[in-house]
Design a protein around this ligand. Structure first.
Ligand code: NOJ
Ligand code: CA
Length: 690
């Protein structure tokens, strides 16, 4: 499996192949003693010779390195996630570990794993003779691309991922538009105009797909990437705080870095079904997982975002009242939605606009018009779980002081899920620096101890840690539906880019399911929406959702999350026959198949509900309409099934008549092929239930 070849400098090139032998990783140390790697798929270069290494205060691991030894291994397992896109995951790879020593004898190890769907590698710093701490100055890891690929990227921001995706050539990556003060962003922490956050996904001129990200991000800063637009090369750009200039991280040795990952696929759809990031994480550490349950949930939430009500009591239109909570619970109970999120339940929201927000929340005290005990009791009576809410307002010190008691309160009440939030700047810190990575991970571990599931907004990007802590259910870390409520909105191509970018990293709490797409009821719009990409939609108070209703249904299958919101108001679902699909659709899956996909254009996915004979298909399009042919070959053979199809009406226009749709039923078998037209920003959904 490993071949040693003498190169022209008399040094050894070490190669390791994927189990299917299609991917080859080559490792070498060049004339300057710099570690270098390259990756080929079917002989085509994917990563050109690219540097590896670290600069630390205590030791230099960037050059003059010698290979001490190499070792290889083959690994194969199948494991069952607690929840996921499939109920069984194969983890097969060949690995290569290289031990390197610098000129003063300090050691660094690099471990590569080569899978059929890409590669991962990490660095390990063994114990050093004279120091226990390493101060990381820079990570030199590069990912050289073989050409000027098409890339889908968000800016390299160390505080926020809530940006629309841009499609451009690598040579044209330029975030200066976002740096100038993109609305609702942390423009000031976009550190370089030629930098991107990960996952960043690319398509080569030969039709291959590549996505760069990281796995198992523990006790280390998040990695953005600097883009060399001339040489088509990405370089690690670790987030740093404002307190320790030029220090990326301080680590105690022995230490292993997060994995750097490169997913490689022959089709856009194969990226979606790749489990490489999960496979590079440690197995589940929680013994009892009986309390972890994927679920749909409604929320006292959208009504605040569209301005019908507010989070704070002083506003005079407080949303989280006991009465309102009970009427949502009644609606959830009557419509088999198992859970309800309640935001704005606790005192402190009046201080959210303060520059210093430490101390404004105690995460304990309900507002006077909200009886927490009674709401939880009523929910239990009606079979509806309450999802708690902790908006930290990025006052992380306060949250660290209060969180133990706050989780105890929820635990005592029998609340077993919490949504957290980190809106705003963190004094001295960046959301993605080492301190914050440790904070997010601490919350994940502590909530697990209290048997609380977690949904993190304004999170650190997911890196597959949900394999190890399956209470980490979902998170934001992308520009979600909320932007449609109060900004110039998400353009249609955004939703058809997310499955191939952000959603590759892990579950995504996008919050689908808006039926009142023009938001006319609470925004008092005029109804001329002809210029959807007008930058001043928010200023003119004409925010709205730029998709068809059938697209919103399709999102429940297309976007993967074991917590899936039913985001609109009860009054907008009442009496609408399309609501039936949301009631029916599953949230946990035996398998996932991508039937038709192209990044930023369209995606059609079929999933089988875990442990049930129920199949759901969802499709969405972006700026252009797309006719797809659904091949029902995934159904068991020799049997007839009734399919209910929710699709765009031929007259649906996402600007003027987005709410128009058709419901059809059809008898289908594993031999059926059904043509379905998705209109612009449109979509469809199919349910098949035995
Ligand atoms: C931003 C979150 O993304 C959103 O879901 C939440 O409602 C607000 N912050 C308030 O916490
Ligand atoms: Ca957000």
């Amino acid at each position: 499996m490993v071949v040693y070849v003498c190169n022209t400098y008399g040094q050894y090139i070490t190669k390791v192949k994927s189990p299917d032998k299609d991917i080859i990783l080559e490792f070498n140390v060049n004339q300057e003693g710099q570690p270098v790697y390259a990756v080929l798929k079917n002989k085509e270069p994917i990563i050109t010779a690219s540097r590896l290494g670290f600069k630390t205060e205590e030791a230099d691991f960037s050059q003059n390195l010698n290979i001490q030894s190499t070792s290889v291994n083959a690994f194969q397992e199948k494991w069952k996630p607690v929840w996921g896109q499939s109920s069984e995951i194969e983890n097969s790879y060949n690995s290569l570990t290289v031990h390197l020593a610098n000129s003063t004898g300090d050691l660094i190890f690099i471990e590569f794993r080569v899978f059929d769907d890409g590669i991962g590698f990490r660095y390990a710093f063994p114990e050093l003779s004279n120091h226990h701490t390493l101060t990381i100055r820079d990570e030199l890891t590069e990912f050289g691309m073989s050409g000027n690929h098409t890339a889908w990227w968000v800016p390299g921001c160390w505080d926020n991922d809530e940006y629309v995706y841009t499609q451009s050539k690598i040579s044209e990556v330029d975030a200066s538009y976002f740096q100038k003060g993109y609305p609702y962003s942390h423009a000031t922490t976009i550190t370089n105009k030629n930098a991107v956050n990960t996952p960043v996904t690319m398509k080569t001129s030969t039709g291959k797909y590549i996505s760069i990200h990281e796995a198992a991000l523990i006790d280390f800063p998040g990695m953005s990437l600097l883009v060399d637009t001339m040489n088509y090369t990405f370089k690690s750009h670790l987030a740093e705080d404002e307190i320790h200039p030029n220090v990326k991280a301080t680590i105690q040795v022995p230490f292993k870095t997060p994995w750097r990952t490169v997913q490689i696929a022959e089709s856009a759809g194969a990226l979606i079904t790749s489990n490489l990031i999960l496979n590079l994480n440690e197995p589940n550490k929680l013994e009892d997982v009986s309390w972890i349950k994927p679920t749909k949930y409604m929320g006292i939430w959208w009504e605040m975002h569209i301005g019908k009500s507010a989070w704070d009591l002083k506003s005079g239109k407080h949303g989280a009242t006991t009465g309102n909570a009970k009427s949502y619970i009644d609606f959830c109970s009557a419509n088999s939605i198992p859970a309800l999120l309640i935001e704005g339940w606790n005192t402190g929201w009046e201080g959210c606009g303060n520059a210093n927000r430490e101390g404004i929340f105690d995460f304990q005290t309900p507002y006077a018009d909200f009886d927490l005990n009674e709401v939880v009791r009523y929910g239990k009576e009606k079979g509806v779980e309450i999802i708690g809410h902790h908006e930290t307002s990025a006052a992380v010190s306060t949250y660290e002081k209060c969180m133990d008691q706050a989780y105890q309160l929820y635990h005592a009440l029998g609340i077993n899920a919490v949504k957290t939030g980190y809106v705003g700047r963190i004094p001295g810190h960046r959301h993605y620096d080492q301190y914050m990575v440790n904070h997010y991970n601490k919350v994940m571990v502590e909530t697990a101890g209290f048997k609380i599931m977690l949904d993190v907004h304004e999170p650190i990007k997911p890196t597959g840690l949900c394999r190890t802590y399956p209470n980490l259910m979902s998170g934001e870390g992308m520009r979600g539906q909320e932007f449609n409520a109060w900004s110039d909105g998400n353009k249609p191509s955004h939703n058809v880019t997310l499955p191939f970018t952000r959603n590759l990293a892990g579950p995504m709490d996008f919050t689908p399911g808006i039926f009142d797409l023009k938001l006319v009821k609470y925004k008092n719009h005029d109804t001329d929406f002809s210029a959807y990409d007008a930058q001043d939609a928010a200023a003119k108070n004409v925010s709205r959702v730029y998709s068809t209703l059938a697209h919103q249904l399709g999102l429940y299958v297309v976007f993967y999350s074991p917590l899936q919101m039913v985001a609109d108001l009860p009054e907008n679902y009442k009496g609408n026959p399309a609501f039936q699909f949301i009631k029916d659709v599953g949230v946990d899956w035996d398998w996932t198949k991508v039937l038709d996909a192209e990044v930023a254009s369209h995606v059609v996915i079929a999933r089988k509900e875990k442990g049930k004979n129920r199949w759901f298909v969802g499709g969405i399009t972006g700026e252009n309409e797309h006719e797809t042919t659904v091949d029902f070959g995934f159904l068991p053979t020799g049997k007839k099934f009734k399919a209910i199809i929710y699709q765009d009406d031929p007259l649906t226009d996402y600007i003027q008549t987005p709410e128009k749709y058709l419901i059809k039923s059809a008898v289908v078998t594993s031999k059926t092929k059904l043509g379905i037209l998705m209109k612009k920003a449109g979509g469809f959904a199919v349910s098949i239930m035995e």
